[in-house]
Design a protein around this ligand. Structure first.
Ligand code: SF4
Length: 369
C-alpha cells in the first residue's frame, strides 16, 4: 500500500509521516487498549484518504471513520423526487450538479427522467443555470442547490446575479446542509465513538478556525483543520494523535496558508444576506432543526419550493444503509448490497453514486478482490 503514496507530491515525506503516525497510534493503543477513533467530516477527505492509500495503510492503527460531509449522500430522496416532479411540468429546465443526476429517487433518478425526455441539464456552476434562464426566457429554470458551506456561497452568487439582473424565470430548490449541526447531532446521539475530528480545509476557508470552538468548549473534543494532500492529511492526523495522547481538547489550524481564524467574511455576509436557518431533512437520519439554510422571505421569488407550491410524498424505504454509512455506524462492507446489487454502475444509494461517497471510495480503493 505504501506504493500508492507515490502518487503524493512528496512520497518520501508521506512515507516518513505514515511511519510516525503509526508509532504514535501504537502508543495510543498501548495506553488506552484500543485504536484511536478519528472522524473525517467531509467527503473530499474520505475520497482522498482512500485514494492515497492512507486509510488502508492505517487500518490496524487508527480507526478512520467516514462522516456525513458528502452533500450528495445526505440529500434526501424527497428533493430528487421534487426535481423530477418539477421537470414533468410544461416549459421547464431543471439544472443540477453532475453527481445528483444518478442518485435514485423514490421511483427513478433524474437521469431516467432525462432519458424519458424531460429537460434536465448538468451544469458545473449555478451561475450557468442563471445563464440558461437568460437564454430561455420562455421557460422556468430551476437549479437544485445542494452543498455544505463550501458550496453555499457559490449558490448565493447565482441568487444575487439573478436578483440583480431581474431574471424572473430562475429559481432554486435549496437543500443545503451545515457542518456544525450534524457534528453536534453525532456527538449528542453517541451512535459512534469519536475521539477527535479531521476537519475539512475547504469548508474552513469559509467558516474560519474559530467556528469550531464549540467542539472544545462544549464537548472537550479536539480537531485539526487539514488540507487534502497526503502529506497534509498525515501531518494533521499526527497532530490530532498528539492532542489525544496529551488529553488536550484544542483546535489546530493545519491549513494556515488559506484558513484564517474568522474565515471568509465576504462569503459569510453573502450567505447572511440571502439565506436564513432552516430545518433540513438528512437522508436516513430525518429532520435536524436549523441544520441548513434556505432563502429569506424577501427572496421568496427565487425559492422554487414557494414558487411551485409542491407537495412531495414520503421516501420509499430501501435496503440501502447510507443513513448509517454517513454517521460512521457501519462500513460499506457491512451493507449486504455492497459490491453485489450495489456497484458504481448500478448504484442503489447516493454513497455509491457520489464522487465523495464512502461506498464509492471503498469500492474504488479499498475493496478486497
Ligand atoms: Fe447504500 Fe449501496 Fe452503500 Fe449499501 S453499498 S449503503 S446500498 S450505497
Amino acid at each position: 500500500m505504501l506504493e500508492i503514496l507515490n502518487e503524493s507530491s512528496n512520497p518520501e515525506l508521506s512515507r516518513k509521516l505514515l511511519a510516525k503516525v503509526m508509532n504514535l497510534a501504537n502508543l495510543y493503543k498501548d495506553k488506552y487498549g484500543r485504536l484511536p477513533a478519528i472522524m473525517e467530516v467531509c467527503g473530499s477527505h474520505t475520497m482522498a484518504l482512500a485514494r492515497t492509500g492512507i486509510k488502508k495503510s492505517l487500518k490496524d492503527h487508527v480507526k478512520l471513520i467516514s462522516g456525513p460531509g458528502c452533500p450528495v449522500c445526505v440529500t434526501d430522496q424527497k428533493s430528487i423526487d421534487a426535481m423530477i416532479q418539477l421537470a414533468e411540468g410544461e416549459n421547464r429546465i431543471i439544472c443540477t450538479f453532475g453527481d445528483m443526476i444518478r442518485v435514485p429517487g423514490t421511483k427513478r433518478s433524474l437521469m431516467e427522467a432525462k432519458t424519458e425526455g424531460r429537460e434536465i441539464r448538468v451544469v458545473y456552476s449555478p451561475v450557468d443555470a442563471v445563464e440558461i434562464a437568460k437564454k430561455h426566457s420562455d421557460k422556468e429554470v430551476v437549479f437544485l442547490g445542494i452543498g455544505f458551506e463550501t458550496t453555499i456561497p457559490v449558490l448565493t452568487v447565482a441568487l444575487k446575479m439573478a436578483d440583480d439582473e431581474g431574471i424572473t424565470n430562475f429559481s432554486m430548490w435549496l437543500t443545503t446542509k451545515l457542518v456544525e449541526p450534524i457534528i453536534r447531532h453525532l456527538l449528542e446521539s453517541e451512535v459512534v465513538k469519536i475521539d477527535g475530528f479531521l476537519l475539512p480545509g475547504h469548508v474552513s476557508i469559509v467558516l474560519g478556525k474559530n467556528s469550531y470552538q464549540y467542539l472544545v468548549d462544549e464537548y472537550q473534543m479536539p480537531g485539526v483543520i487539514s488540507g487534502f494532500e497526503s502529506v497534509e492529511m498525515l501531518s494533521s492526523i499526527y497532530k490530532l494523535l498528539q492532542l489525544l495522547l496529551q488529553e488536550k481538547a484544542e483546535i489546530i489550524n493545519d491549513h494556515r496558508s488559506i484558513v484564517t481564524d474568522k474565515g471568509n467574511q465576504v462569503a459569510q455576509k453573502l450567505m447572511e444576506t440571502y439565506l436564513t436557518l432552516s430545518d433540513e431533512a438528512w437522508r436516513g437520519i430525518g429532520i435536524i432543526k436549523n441544520s441548513g439554510l434556505d432563502l429569506r422571505e424577501e427572496y421568496a421569488h427565487l425559492n422554487a419550493k414557494k414558487r411551485f407550491n409542491m407537495t412531495v410524498g414520503e421516501p420509499r424505504k430501501t435496503a440501502c444503509r447510507c443513513g448509517e454509512i454517513i454517521r460512521g455506524i457501519i462500513t460499506p462492507e457491512e451493507c449486504s448490497l455492497f459490491n453485489k446489487a450495489c456497484t458504481p454502475l448500478h448504484p442503489i444509494g447516493p454513497c455509491m453514486v457520489s464522487s465523495e461517497g464512502t461506498c464509492a471510495a471503498h469500492y474504488q480503493y479499498m475493496r478486497e478482490e
